[in-house]
Design a protein around this ligand. Sequence first.
Ligand code: SF4
Length: 298
Amino acid sequence: MESRPIEIKPLFHYWPNSTALTFSGWGCNFLCPWCQNYELSWARRPLYERRVNPQELVETAVRAGDEGVCASFNEPATLFDYLIDVGLEARRRGLYATLVTNGYFTLKAVEALVEAGYDGWAVDIKGCPQASKRHPRVLPGVDHRIVYRNARRILDLGGHVEMIYLVVTGYNEECADWIIEKHLDTLGEDVPLHVNRYYPANKWRQPPTRLGVLLGIAEKARRAGINYVYVGNVGDPGLEVTRCPRCGRVLVARRGYRVVYWNLDYSGGKYRCPHCGHPIPIRGRYVPGKNWLPPWRL
Ligand code: SF4
């Protein structure tokens, strides 16, 4: 486990510039052949014997000065009971709780997690019906509509959701139209969409996603009406700025997973564009002055 910026999840509209103590177990209910964390997610037994109880984990976050905790790296669904205990303990200590997940839960499980305090969800959408038909041996049996059903339920329960579409060369580029349509129909225009570059990993050896493909999908999503579209994993801060959907002004800029420009008004419990007053959906509060260096740079 380690403290990591919230922007790395990526969550851009949730406690901006905060850090979360990020933890994992092992295993996954999917086996994506391109998984960057396959050493953890494909493992059949723990790689490390270190066990940390929920109280100890949250205490570590408090001591590190983190604003929250985050289950990530492998699929958090595999840690379900532990997650519930961590969420409750985090709430008791005044921290937020988040998940980076493939979103493949039962509704009952989603409800229990939100109830336990998980109000920030970075949800991956892996594919679409066309990709499943064309590649039946990749994620066999997965019904991608369930991910949207669950994301909708999280929103209805008052949670915050950001969707991540990792555009995997040779697998799901053709899913863009379906994903944009489902996003707008199920979640609405104000839920952020991250269009992210894939890099070869594990068993998937196709080349990294071409920048032109990512930019084309992002443009299509914006034109269709999604208000907050970001292009990630390409190292271009210009593709990670938040603009006001009404007047187009830049409100937030990010670099290296940190907020480097923040220009929003806050009143009545809401963030607004200071130029035209349009409400900007942000969960939690901006945490100023919190720089972060990856552990290997310290
Ligand atoms: S769902 Fe996530 S953790 Fe699981 S195999 Fe796929 S990329 Fe890896």
